[in-house]
Ligand binder design. Structure first.
Ligand code: ADP
Length: 491
């Protein structure tokens, strides 16, 4: 009997396949590392063929473990967003490297468009800002610099990673879900359709682009695992995690602390407009109706801990930071503003650079490590302020990601945000969200609410800090960030 849900979670550094029961139990998983190529400073590329080969291999292993394709009710796919793949519709082979979401090659083009005054109109239409992060300028760059793309004519296919995987799984179905499409700079956020004006602006040929579809439904079937399995769920990774955290009501908010940190608040069914440089994006589309989210991205989260380990040699391993932070009563006046690659939301200052401030002879390694961990709560608090100014007041925060296994960070978040912080016992919320969508798409569930029990139990961290101690922390951070940020954007 078909009772299992197969998720393909295609991330930046690895791809994974997981098997879920409809009650949310993860019964098996298999992952493989992906190669990131750095051909020059600021350039980040993937080999799309490798993404397909490894995703396929992981998924095939899960199908075998499940006892064959007939045991699988549906496939759900979730993926690194904004990364663009270019391929040949006839051969199904990539025509160029995939340009990764972290790639900065289009910074000059973004600056040129911003200086030409294009950003307000682009933000109003797409909910996004002019940053190399999004796919549109990557496509424009590729169409100009890689002649084989124009030469391919009608054979050219362009898509984000879930489109590429669906094409390969089905042998030629070309779709993208509305969450992924909303990150391209090419989709009208209100219409849910490709915009002719934006396609022209970013030189994206309409015939090369996929059809925009819902996040749940029967999109197509794959035969590549030795039998037929329907593909029923599609969503970008941060949206999938927000669904996996059951943020189903306007105001519900989740934050994922991995390499970077991504915060999304359910903004309901009316297109939100940020006045504080947050992104407006599609949270999900079901039955042709979109639910939106406000999003804030922090570029440096867990990567700061990696930097303490690999570049400064201050720690031997990431988990060690928890005991080190507890070994001192406070930060000793030390603050760390981790602008190692500029600052993301709500500051958006690509040229800002990091600082460790407040050092004196009494400051030691433990204070610097503690200050680095404290930066997570402070960056989140800056976002909380921006979200509130945009009308999205958080009542509690649902957290996940590798960093949040650290209890000290979870407690510090609760203290500085002055909110309860919920951490699910099953941490793979991205995959869980894709499983919920797949279950909804194949009819195992009638609604997202029906799938909510898959999330399981949570541990809540309640605020415990003394108000005066919190006030000192907030003032110290404000002082530290003011030194780093040229022009404060919020407050
Ligand atoms: P991604 O999905 O972005 O690859 P993960 O969610 O796997 O990231 O989280 C990995 C990040 O979390 C790493 O940057 C690592 O430094 C950090 N990290 C992992 N465990 C801890 C910990 N116990 N304390 C602090 N940071 C941690």
């Amino acid at each position: 009997m078909a009772e299992l849900l197969l998720v393909i979670d295609e991330g930046t550094t690895s791809t994974r396949a997981m098997l879920f029961t409809p009650s949310g139990q993860c019964v098996a998983s298999r992952s493989a590392e992906l190669t990131q190529h750095y051909p020059a400073p600021g350039l980040v590329e993937h080999d799309a063929e490798e993404i397909w080969r490894l995703s396929h291999a992981c998924a095939a292993a899960m199908v075998t473990l499940a006892g064959g394709p007939r045991r699988i009710a549906a496939i759900g796919i979730t993926n690194q967003r904004e990364t663009v793949v270019f391929w040949d519709k006839i051969t199904g082979e990539p025509l160029a490297p995939a340009i990764g979401w972290q790639d900065r090659r289009t910074a000059p083009l973004c600056l040129q468009l911003r200086e030409a005054g294009e950003e307000p109109s682009i933000q109003a239409r797409t909910g996004l800002l002019l940053d190399p992060y999004f796919s549109g300028t990557k496509i424009a760059w590729a169409m100009t610099n890689w002649p084989q793309l124009k030469a391919a004519g009608d054979r050219l296919a362009i898509g984000t990673v879930e489109s590429w995987l669906v094409w390969k799984l089905t042998g030629g179905l070309h779709v993208t879900d509305a969450t992924n499409a909303s990150r391209t700079l090419l989709m009208g956020l209100g219409s849910g359709a490709w915009s002719d004006g934006l396609l022209d602006q970013f030189d994206a040929p309409r015939d090369a682009l996929p059809e925009i579809v819902d996040c749940a439904g029967r999109f197509g079937e794959t035969q590549v695992f030795g039998g037929s399995i329907p593909i029923c769920g599609l969503a970008g990774d941060q949206q999938a995690a927000t669904i996996g955290q059951t943020c189903f009501t306007p105001g519900d908010t989740k934050a994922t602390y991995g390499t970077g940190a991504f915060v999304l608040t359910n903004a309901g069914t009316l297109q939100p407009r940020s006045r504080h440089r947050l992104l407006s994006t599609v949270l999900w589309q079901l039955g042709g109706r979109r639910t939106y989210a406000l999003e804030g991205s922090v570029f440096v989260a867990g990567s700061l801990v990696q930097w303490l380990r690999d570049s400064l040699g201050l720690i031997a391993s990431a988990p060690e930071t928890e005991a080190i932070a507890r070994s001192v009563p406070d930060n000793g006046g030390v603050y760390c503003v981790p602008a190692l690659t500029g600052l993301g939301a709500p500051w958006w200052q690509p040229d800002a650079r990091a600082a460790i401030s407040g050092l004196s002879f009494s400051a030691g390694r433990a204070h610097i490590v503690r200050a680095a961990l404290e930066a997570m709560a402070h960056q989140s608090h800056d976002l909380e302020t921006a979200f509130a100014a945009d009308g999205a007041q958080w009542a509690r925060l649902r957290v996940d990601g590798g960093m949040i296994t650290n209890d000290w960070i979870a407690q510090d978040l609760a203290d500085i945000l002055a909110l309860p912080v919920d951490r699910p016992d099953f941490a793979e919320t991205t995959a869980l969200g894709a499983a919920m969508l797949a279950g909804l798409g194949c009819g195992l569930f009638d609604s997202l609410d029906d799938a909510a029990a898959m999330r399981g139990t949570v541990r809540t961290f309640e605020p415990q800090i003394e108000p005066e101690v919190r006030a000192v922390r907030l003032a110290g951070w404000r002082d530290a960030i003011t030194r780093v940020v040229a022009t404060p954007v919020v407050n």
